[in-house]
Design a protein around this ligand. Structure first.
Ligand code: ADP
Length: 192
């Protein structure tokens, strides 16, 4: 099962991806998580990505496409994967089409979680508060200023990705405003 989860920051992609990981025994490939790991490890990619990520902007298509191209060939992804946070630009979506074709892989579903923009900031603030309560470290971009930039990046660069798949008739949408368990059920229904 090869899936793409689309949706704005705070849509619940990570929460639902965690459930799909269990259900299908496939890994969740979050470019955000991979980039944060690179930042933490101080790799060349991480050093390049840190400033733009902290500000809420997008890392270059070249970097993220390279990361994903390598990652989907790893052993744990032979039965499929869930892409979370990728593709985030139409250029990335087109690059993904090409690299899947080269590798002889096909996508099974592309699903967008639809969430009202007005609900997103509150979700991000809750995530930051929950992280602090649990004694963790809040993401550098989970603050109102960076969030505004993330939302603009989403509107201008990532919303067109949904339109790209919709125009090809392969986009499915699920209401991400519903309670978590209901979103999970809706995803199950869409995935058959
Ligand atoms: P969110 O929770 O807002 O969806 P992620 O954890 O997916 O955010 O990503 C955090 C940051 O990592 C993004 O704001 C961006 O800087 C960078 N990033 C992640 N995925 C991509 C991508 N596919 N293309 C460009 N930048 C990305």
């Amino acid at each position: 099962m090869r899936l793409i989860l689309l949706g704005p920051p705070g849509a619940g992609k990570g929460t639902q991806a965690a459930r799909l990981v269990e259900k299908f025994s496939i890994p969740q490939l979050s470019t955000g998580d991979m980039l944060r790991a690179a930042v933490k490890a101080g790799t060349p990619v991480g050093l390049q990505a840190k400033t733009v990520m902290d500000a809420g902007g997008l890392v270059s298509d070249e970097i993220v496409c390279g990361i994903i191209s390598d990652r989907i060939e790893e052993a744990d992804a032979v039965n499929g994967f869930i892409l979370d946070g990728f593709p985030r630009t139409v250029a990335q979506a087109k690059a993904l089409d090409e690299l899947l074709a080269e590798k002889g892989m096909r996508l099974d579903a592309i699903i967008e979680l639809k969430v009202d923009e007005s609900a997103l900031l509150a979700r991000i603030e809750k995530r930051a508060a929950d992280t602090i309560a649990a004694g963790g470290t809040v993401r550098a971009d989970d603050n109102p200023d960076a969030f505004k930039v993330r939302l603009v990046a989403y509107r201008e660069q990532t919303a067109p990705v949904s339109a790209y798949y919709a125009s090809r008739g392969v986009l499915k949408t699920v209401d991400g405003m519903a309670p978590i368990a209901d979103v999970t059920k809706a995803l199950d229904a869409v995935l058959g």
